[in-house]
Design a binder for this molecule. Structure first.
Ligand code: GLU
Length: 476
């Protein structure tokens, strides 16, 4: 199929009657007056933190129905407390490149909430990293981690480093410099960082090496370690596999299966890789991948050696998917996103706000029935409204992509016990955790009369667990 043959309908062509969705249409709930007041105060205090405010508003909308029935949250000032990170660490990261030039970057760790356990969350090395983006990610992480049912608080860190394009040596020096500041703030009982965009097993290795050198301890202060020296089996696959398992639960609850469904995936990193691998195994056909340079359309499906090639692309240091098109002779659409390709399931797995209102309209117009967030908050507010009101099933990242941090939780447990669990045990636990998150979401949505609303269910399920723990632990 050539570039022009992709059945792309005009981005504004919204059908007068959207296709009937299995979920029913979900009106975006109105804010409870208490939530509205706290959000107004927060917006006045940090008006420049657009992504953080976006994440807070979405959670506040969902929990408004809870606030109506549980006035004690207002008396306890839970919302005021829950939007305030417990601690923010900001530091300078200086390193010398291969040409002996000195480079300066900004490093952060946002220790958001420890009501349920030590701060836990990834480390992102990406040009887009700011305190704002890490606050939104730490906030989301808090509720995601709560949904796993494991004893994990929420945190996030990173640096504004365009990691791709650095040599191996440069990357190692950068990681060492980052850890030279961070090491004093983390620990197995305090804060346990992991990987995220731009940080995989290789970077965790360099970070861990420096941590060990500075502290003279070999412990579980980081997760995402290589399986041969303290990591967990299946950790690299866990986020993507978890997305596939969650989707399977959603489909099962509607009497469907992945078999024969067409899936549009964005990104080509860790989440996209794991999801493509597992969904293909389950009979789905992944027809797109994307990068900052555009998207590839592979109607025959990304399977077999093509999935392995995703890893090669990731390790090449080139932030581009065009190589895939060149290698496998499929179409490449420069500068475009994959949401114009007809699909049953859309899986945004790249970065925040990568799916906007026209994209959402194109998905609906093309008959897409499920949007499952593999990335954290990849859907803009406008797109979310269109998708929820348009009647397709929408699953937010904090539910769908919780599998990664869940297996990090199991890595912490293995480190504490000095054990290495077999892959089968990890996989069974991952499936059980994703099934349980699905039950929490559907149960909470049903309880509040919004059956099938996964946004509401995930936010309420995560929020109530964190809020109750905060109240139990007093005004701290
Ligand atoms: N970065 C992943 C996430 O967004 C994993 C975090 C972790 O394993 O701590 O959930």
């Amino acid at each position: 199929m050539s570039a022009t043959e992709v059945r792309i309908r005009p981005r504004t062509a919204r059908p007068s009657t959207p296709p009937p969705g299995p979920a029913g249409r979900h009106r975006v709930p109105r804010l409870h007056p208490y939530a509205a007041r706290v959000l107004t105060e927060l917006s006045a205090r940090v008006p420049w933190e657009a992504e953080f405010l976006q994440a807070v508003e979405e959670v506040f909308e969902s929990v408004s129905v809870v606030l109506e029935q549980s006035p004690h949250y207002e008396t306890e000032r839970v919302l005021e407390r829950i939007v305030e990170p417990e601690r923010v660490i900001a530091f300078r990261v200086v390193w010398t490149d291969d040409a002996h030039r000195i480079n300066v970057h900004r490093g952060y760790r946002v220790q958001f909430n420890s009501a349920l356990g030590p701060y836990k969350g990834g480390t992102r090395f990406h040009a887009s990293v700011t305190l704002d983006s890490l606050k939104f990610l730490g906030f989301e992480q808090t509720f995601k981690n709560a949904l796993t049912g494991l004893p994990l608080g929420g945190g996030k860190g990173g640096a504004d480093l365009p990691a791709r394009g650095l040599s191996e040596d440069e990357l190692m020096r950068f990681c060492q410099s980052y850890m030279t500041e961070l090491y004093r703030h983390i620990g197995p009982d305090t804060d346990v960082p992991a990987g995220d965009v731009g940080v995989g097993t290789r970077e965790i290795g360099h970070l861990f090496g420096q941590y060990k050198r500075l502290t003279r301890t070999f412990n579980g202060s980081l997760t995402g370690k290589a399986a041969e020296w303290g990591g967990s089996r299946l950790r690299p696959e866990a986020t993507g596999y978890g997305v596939a398992y969650f989707l399977q639960e959603v489909l099962r609850s509607r009497g469907e299966s992945l078999d024969g469904l067409t899936v549009a995936v964005s990104g080509f990193g860790n989440v996209a890789w794991g999801a493509a691998k597992k969904m293909t195994e389950m009979g789905g056909r992944v027809v797109t991948l994307s990068g900052p340079d555009g998207f590839v359309h592979d109607p025959a499906g990304v399977s077999g050696e093509k999935i392995d090639y995703m890893l090669t692309m990731r390790h090449s240091g080139r932030d581009a998917v065009k190589d895939y098109a060149d290698r496998f002779g499929v179409d490449f659409h420069p500068g475009r996103r994959p949401w114009v390709v007809p699909c049953d399931v859309a899986l945004p797995c790249a970065i925040q706000n990568e799916l906007d209102t026209p994209d959402a309209e194109a998905l609906l117009a093309n008959g897409c029935r499920y949007v499952v967030e593999g990335a954290n908050m990849p859907t803009t507010r406008g797109a979310l409204r269109v998708l929820r009101e348009g009647g397709l099933v929408f699953v937010p990242g904090k539910a769908a992509n919780a599998g990664g941090v869940a297996i990090s939780g199991l890595e912490m447990a293995q480190n504490r016990a000095c054990e290495t669990w077999p892959a089968e045990r990890i996989d069974a636990s991952l499936q059980a955790i994703m099934t349980s998150i699905h039950e929490i979401c559907t149960g909470a949505a049903e309880r509040y009369g919004r059956s099938g609303d996964y946004v509401l269910g995930a936010n309420i399920g995560g929020f109530v667990r964190v809020a109750e723990a905060m109240i139990d632990q007093g005004a701290v």
